[in-house]
Design a protein around this ligand. Structure first.
Ligand SMILES: Cc1cc2nc3c(=O)[nH]c(=O)nc-3n(C[C@H](O)[C@H](O)[C@H](O)COP(=O)(O)O)c2cc1C
Length: 195
């Protein structure tokens, strides 16, 4: 296996970070590389909100977990389990050295056809992977978190984002404080059909 394949195969989701701050120059370089991702019609619909201050983290955490709590209660889930999940989520947000909210600019689209919307979302996802790989290249760990998808309006509201910036995910970055377990993969042979 050549070095680049090895590099791609050794990216892991990291969920525990050292408290050490990540130098701004590294975050800048990661984002500068992220935007080399491919995008449909080269429309580059990705936008990034860097959540840096304690107060922004707190607002984001409260918005996400309020929605999480309300959705879980509506499904009739166990109250103690809900509180456990909420507290765990708040702790993870508070402890993440860098949080990048990965957004899609809904106005950066050619037409409103559903296929174009899908392509726009796919384009933002390519940037998300590029961001994780750029972080890996810097020796940082990262984790893609889907929670903002469930609270898009609340997130826009508390962070005072343009209504055109639709949160797709948030990415936690930092120096890893765990060795993630191997994330098992299915055999590639079972995933391919030949014609
Ligand atoms: C669209 C998407 C959503 C994800 N959401 C979460 C999440 O909310 N919380 C989390 O801890 N990990 C999340 N992950 C990370 C996956 O759990 C992880 O990529 C998967 O288990 C494989 O592990 P690996 O990244 O170490 O290879 C998400 C990944 C993707 C691509």
């Amino acid at each position: 296996m050549n070095e680049f394949h090895h590099f791609l195969r050794t990216r892991r989701s990291v969920r525990r970070f050292k408290p050490d701050p990540v130098p701004a120059s590294i975050v800048d370089r990661i984002l500068a590389t992220t935007i080399f991702a491919p995008s449909a019609h080269n429309l580059q619909p990705w936008r990034f909100a860097l959540i840096q201050s304690g107060s922004a983290k707190e607002k984001l955490g409260n918005a996400l977990t309020s929605k999480m709590r309300a959705d879980s209660e509506a499904k009739g889930e166990n109250q103690a389990e809900i509180e456990n999940r909420v507290n765990n989520s708040l702790r993870r947000i508070a402890e993440a050295p860098v949080i990048i909210l990965l957004c899609r600019d809904v106005s950066a689209i050619r037409t409103e056809e559903p296929e174009e919307t899908t392509m726009s979302i796919q384009s933002v996802a390519t940037a998300g992977l590029q961001l994780l790989l750029a972080a890996h290249a810097e020796g940082l760990g990262g984790n893609w978190i889907c929670w903002p998808l469930y609270a898009q309006e609340a997130v826009q509201d508390v962070l005072k984002l343009s209504t055109e910036w639709q949160a797709q995910a948030m990415i936690f970055l930092g120096f890893e404080d765990e060795k993630p377990k191997e994330a098992l993969r299915q055999s590639v042979k079972g995933l391919i059909t030949y014609r």
